[in-house]
Design a protein around this ligand. Structure first.
Ligand code: FE
Length: 391
């Protein structure tokens, strides 16, 4: 049996933020990140629209990147005091992810993180509040997904919460918010979205429901990402839609080992943090080569839809890899970890540990090709030195 779950309503395009005026409710909390939404005037706008709907709003501000368990628990407590019937989360992936987790502990104060750390263990929501997500970056697509990542800094663990209970009720995908993204963030989040779509198209749970979403996302990303990066705001708006389509696909089809590797290499090297989308951009072509052993026909299908040259599945897959590399280069993202600046000694010392952790990542189970620690380590070596994956 398959399952396919998305938000009940999706409002998109210019002016879609205004739909907040039509919401039914009495009290809303508005969950926010660092302050850019306030600076650009979107917070005032949202509060005003909610006021027009007769809704009183309380702000939960300052949700940090990679939100912590403490932030979530504090927010849930604020919600329990205020008793909202609407939770509105606006900003990048972090405030929306944090608000999803706050929602769980608002509705179920007796629950602990430990109770909900495994997939599909979140108790029933929507008895107290509905959830509205408004993304300002074009990448994670958390506004339509069943996922939220919360960090327990004291234990050094990331909780990847996964349950359709936390799929938002309403997503508002307004291009005006994405126009505020800086250039590098546009590149990284865009490549994250491309990785979501390509991984979802070949992932274990891909289906006739997720496939068209993934393909449409891939086409739109190839058509728009470079222009969006260069400041074309129409393309930026198209990317905002494309990343959301990719999110709809991967929330249901799941992902693969590009994400496993990105999760486990993001914070492990002394050279500094590798932004999630940047890591995905570097790793994607290598993983396509690795996975092509078992699903070359699927990569060839993507290449055909993109109108790339080639007749055989092999030639078409090579064209897709070349196209991904060209797109990546046009965004000024490096092509291997050595060029990113990771020191060779440190890489050699840590590669086995990273490979072990990556095999244990939640995304490895849905990768189309079964991946042993030895395989993962060999892929990592290729990624470091910039060598083709040929095994
Ligand atoms: Fe991602």
């Amino acid at each position: 049996m398959g399952r396919f779950t998305l938000p009940r309503d999706l409002y998109f395009g210019e002016g879609s933020l205004e739909t907040l005026k039509t919401l039914k409710g009495k009290k809303a909390v508005l969950c926010l990140g660092g302050g850019s939404m306030k600076r650009f005037g979107f917070v005032d706008q949202v509060v005003e629209y909610l006021k027009e709907a007769g809704i009183e709003t309380k702000l939960i501000e300052g949700i940090e990147p990679d939100p912590s368990v403490e932030t979530v628990m504090k927010g849930a407590e604020a919600m329990r005091e205020f008793e909202p019937d609407l939770i509105v989360a606006m900003g990048g992936g972090s405030p929306i992810d944090a608000a999803k987790a706050m929602w769980v502990f608002y509705e179920h104060p007796e629950t602990t993180f430990d109770d909900i750390k495994d997939p599909f263990t979140i108790p029933e929501l929507r008895n107290k509040a509905k959830f509205i997500a408004i993304p300002s970056t074009s990448g994670t697509a958390t506004e339509v997904t069943a996922f939220s990542v919360i960090t327990d800094y004291s234990a050094g663990i990331k909780y990847p919460l996964a349950d359709f209970e936390i799929t938002p009720d309403i997503a508002i995908v307004d291009p005006a918010l994405a126009e505020t993204m800086p250039q590098t963030l546009t590149a990284h989040t865009g490549m994250d979205a491309l990785t979501h779509a390509i991984e979802a198209y070949v992932a274990g749970l891909h289906s006739p429901f997720s496939d068209p979403l993934a393909i449409q996302a891939i086409e739109m990303i190839f058509d728009n990402l470079k222009a969006s990066y260069e400041g074309d705001m129409e393309a930026r708006g198209n990317m905002h839609i494309a990343q959301c389509l990719a999110g709809m696909a991967f929330s249901n089809a799941l992902l693969g080992i590009v994400h496993s590797l990105a999760h486990k290499t993001g914070a492990v090297f002394d050279t500094g943090h590798i932004p999630h989308g940047c890591a995905n951009a570097i790793y994607l072509p290598y993983v396509i080569q690795f996975n092509a052993k078992v699903c070359e026909d699927r990569f060839a299908m993507i290449a055909r839809k993109l109108g790339l040259p080639g007749i055989t599945d092999k030639a078409l897959t090579n064209s897709l890899i070349k196209a991904v590399k060209e797109l990546r280069a046009s965004l000024h993202i490096v092509s291997n970890l050595k060029d990113f600046g990771v020191k060779e000694d440190e890489f050699l010392e840590k590669k086995h540990m990273i490979a072990e952790r990556a095999v244990g990542d939640a995304c490895t189970g849905s990768n189309p090709r079964e991946t042993s620690v030895e395989d993962m380590e060999k892929v990592l070596e290729c990624i470091y030195y910039g060598k083709d994956v040929t095994f």
